[in-house]
Design a protein around this ligand. Structure first.
Ligand SMILES: [Zn+2]
Ligand SMILES: [Zn+2]
Length: 601
């Protein structure tokens, strides 16, 4: 493996010079929690760091921006108290947390490495460390291959092979790319910075960020200007630039936060559209576009579309993307579809779908409150939903199986529903507030099959999300069977995060999703696109397959805090990449229509 390729899934915190993104801060808190737990620290202390991590993860706006605004404070966010606010200040100012520094001195490096393997939590790492002499991840890999791990109490053959494949997952450099929303925060800060430069006429970002991919490898910026050298000077002076990699007349590259490479190119107005198209990609899309141009006697590159005639080469399009596509006989293709997955055929026939937008969303059908593991109360979630212009929300706290989150049994659930009834009544009496709260639950799909609450209880709900949180290591047959049972249950409205994957952290469980999709179509059960940037589950491929099969999708935030409601836009991007339109997504419908769609009988 090349020396500059990180050997593992998540980054090393030891080398961080400056901290910018919220996800990075969240990871640090999570990391501290892991290490404290490893040391056998007080559970409340561990939990405080875990909660801090989740809170920060849920905030879409960069915390760095909030710190820099004189009239704002971290404590404006629900759940952020004085102590956490102070930690955030320290992190943003110094890139370090005294607690983490101390832990780094106390805990051996190999523990940091082991904990980056999906499924290896503090407890398992502690057992492994006590039983086997481990100095690196490679040592653990070898121990698994030699069958030593399966001999340990509480591990077994199956766990051993899972660890082995998860080490491979953690070592795959693809799993160390930035999550889209983390890259988005960097893009946002960069664009703000570049706009401060007088010489900049126009600035846009391209690449996989613009295509809305789940993860982003590097950032491409495009600037229109007549004074490239002024633009370059301004660019390299960015406070978050770690160092300048290459500086040229029209292109400069820097290493930014989290080691991400940022390439900035300066182009002329007449080429801006062509360059934007070119650097947005994808590679496969552009190859196809070039060969199409060639067939038409044209050539296409980052400067424009040109035609070769007797007088030489003549540029026929380039200022806007629309022009570029038009020159090759196509309608404009939204960036999220540019993967050469059938978009050319659609564009040739003027059949590019009218992709769903954030404005189409009327409701949010998956969120938690303080009744289980959410940070905000029912009322706070409702107020936040009203602020965001939502017309309806479903409160879907965990059911009792999720003991870690103090999941609800029937009694506590009915209490919550009574509170919802009362709140709905008072909302209805207030003029101009059109929000309705649906009585919901995220009911667990049990390891042994079946659901965590009886059909009798579920029959009183307005909206039931069924999710699988436990027994994720079971065989494909078992897991598929559990999901199929849930899909067929007449009271289940939707399957939550259908594959259970966490991007960069945990591979999906083994499931025959096509069977689940077909059953969902037969039983009018929705499938979720969970908008949490770590999940984005279903992914674009399966969401497209679900649409194809006639399944309705729900794009839900799974918010655990009021700020968590803002990740809806990440789910929208995933849906757009799947080619979904507003009509494919149930929570774009007015409430009455939603209720009609859900009539199962
Ligand atoms: Zn869940
Ligand atoms: Zn949930």
């Amino acid at each position: 493996m090349a020396a500059d390729v990180p050997d593992c899934g998540t980054p090393h915190y030891r080398s961080i010079a400056s901290i910018v993104t919220n996800a990075e801060i969240a990871l640090i808190f999570d990391h501290v929690a892991d290490l404290l737990e490893y040391q056998g620290s007080n559970v409340f202390r561990v939990r405080a760091y875990r909660n801090a991590s989740r809170l920060v993860q849920g905030i879409v706006e960069p915390l760095a921006t909030i710190r820099d605004a004189s009239d704002r404070s971290f404590q404006d966010f629900d759940g952020i108290g004085k102590d956490l606010a102070q930690k955030l200040e320290t992190l943003l100012d110094s890139g370090q947390l005294p607690m983490l520094k101390q832990l780094e001195e106390e805990v051996p490096q190999v523990v940091f490495d082991l904990m980056r393997v999906p499924g290896l939590g503090p407890k398992k790492v502690k057992l492994l460390m006590a039983a086997i002499e481990l100095e690196s991840l490679d040592d653990l890999e070898r121990a698994c291959q030699e069958g030593k791990v399966s001999l340990l109490k509480g591990f077994g053959k199956k766990t051993e092979s899972t660890i082995l494949s998860n080490i491979a997952f953690a070592k795959n450099p693809d799993n160390s790319r930035l999550l889209w929303n983390e890259a988005d925060q960097i893009v946002h800060l960069l664009i703000e910075w570049m706009k401060e430069c007088q010489a900049v006429q126009q600035v846009e970002a391209a690449g996989s960020w613009r295509r809305g991919k789940e993860t982003v490898g590097d950032i491409d910026l495009l600037v229109e200007s007549h004074q490239p050298s002024d633009v370059m000077n301004h660019f390299v002076a960015w406070e978050h630039a770690d160092h300048v990699m290459v500086r040229g007349d029209t292109k400069t590259s820097i290493r930014g936060p989290r080691g991400i490479q940022v390439d900035m190119r300066v182009v002329e107005k007449k080429s801006f559209g062509a360059a934007w198209q070119y650097f947005t990609g994808s590679k496969e899309h552009n190859i196809r576009l070039r060969s199409r141009a060639k067939r038409l006697g044209l050539s296409i590159n980052e400067y424009g579309v040109s035609q070769l005639d007797q007088s030489g080469e003549k540029i026929v399009a380039g200022q806007s993307e629309k022009e570029v596509y038009k020159a090759v006989g196509l309608e404009w293709i939204p960036p999220e579809l540019r993967e050469n997955h059938g978009e050319f055929e659609l564009a040739e026939n003027d059949q590019i779908p009218k992709l769903i937008t954030l404005q189409d969303i009327r409701g949010d059908l998956h969120m938690h409150t303080t009744a289980t593991d959410g940070e905000a109360t029912l009322l706070e979630m409702v107020t936040a939903a009203i602020d965001r212009g939502l017309r309806y929300i479903a409160i879907t706290d965990h059911s009792k199986r999720v003991t870690m989150a103090r999941g609800l049994d029937a009694t506590r659930l009915f209490e919550q529903w009574e509170a919802i009834d009362r709140l709905n009544e008072s909302l209805a009496s207030e003029e101009g507030i059109p929000l309705v709260i649906l009585k919901g639950i995220e009911v667990d799909i049990l390891e042994k099959g079946g659901l965590d609450l009886s059909d009798e209880v579920l029959s009183h709900a307005d909206w039931v999300v069924a999710s699988l949180h436990y027994g994720q290591q079971q065989s494909q047959e078992q897991i598929t069977g559990r999901l199929l049972d849930a899909v067929c249950n007449p009271y289940v409205s939707c399957i939550g995060h259908p594959t259970g994957r966490l991007i960069n952290r945990r591979p999906p469980y083994k499931v025959d999703l096509q069977r689940v999709i077909n059953a969902a179509a037969d039983h009018v059960t929705c499938l979720e696109i969970n908008a949490n940037p770590w999940r984005l589950d279903l992914d674009d491929r399966f969401a497209a397959a679900a649409k194809e099969a006639g399944v309705k999708l729900a794009i839900s935030t799974d918010a655990h805090s009021t700020a968590g409601l803002d990740v809806m836009r990440c789910g929208i991007l995933q849906a757009r990449r799947a080619g979904l339109e507003a009509k494919d997504v149930v929570n774009t419908r007015p409430l009455q229509e939603l209720r009609n769609v859900l009539q199962k009988t």
